[in-house]
Design a protein around this ligand. Sequence first.
Ligand code: FE2
Length: 187
Amino acid sequence: MTLLLTWPDTDPTTELLRTEDPAAIEAELKALGVRFERWDLVPLPDAPTAEDILAAYAPQVARVTEAEGYTLVDAMGLVPGAPAETAAAARAKFLAEHTHADDEDRFFAQGSGVFYLHADGKVHAVLCEPGDLISVPASTTHWFDMGTSPHFQAIRFFHDTEGWVGEFTGDPLAAAFPDFDTITRSR
Ligand SMILES: [Fe+2]
């Protein structure tokens, strides 16, 4: 189940909210300008390629692309068994607080990851699970943790044909909050 946790941005030890209620999660995120949807899962072959994932969800992808005006769609992820250095490097890329000039729109076809949104004086952590679509609006301060044993396959939507471009804030805040491994263990 998708999980939403929030803390004051000054106090990672005090949980303000912990909910797995999809309607509550959607409402909390909507207040931050974040689109959140759940899609029915479509069967995928074993070890699906990016093409398999994009083909399986083609109607849903077409709907979002048209509604939001995206110009680039791809699928990427990591599967268990990746070399430790590969996993650590992939994790590190997104782990510090950053923003984008574009929306960061992701659909989780398999596996999970945590998006942390730093907004409204709080940190909002969304543990995304298969079937979740989350769109972090452009300029929203955030980070992403795929954990120490990454496992996810996600469809990504971009308005920018350069794909993922991050602007790091230099704020060490992210390191103070519970990480993916801690959050998944806390359920
Ligand atoms: Fe990002």
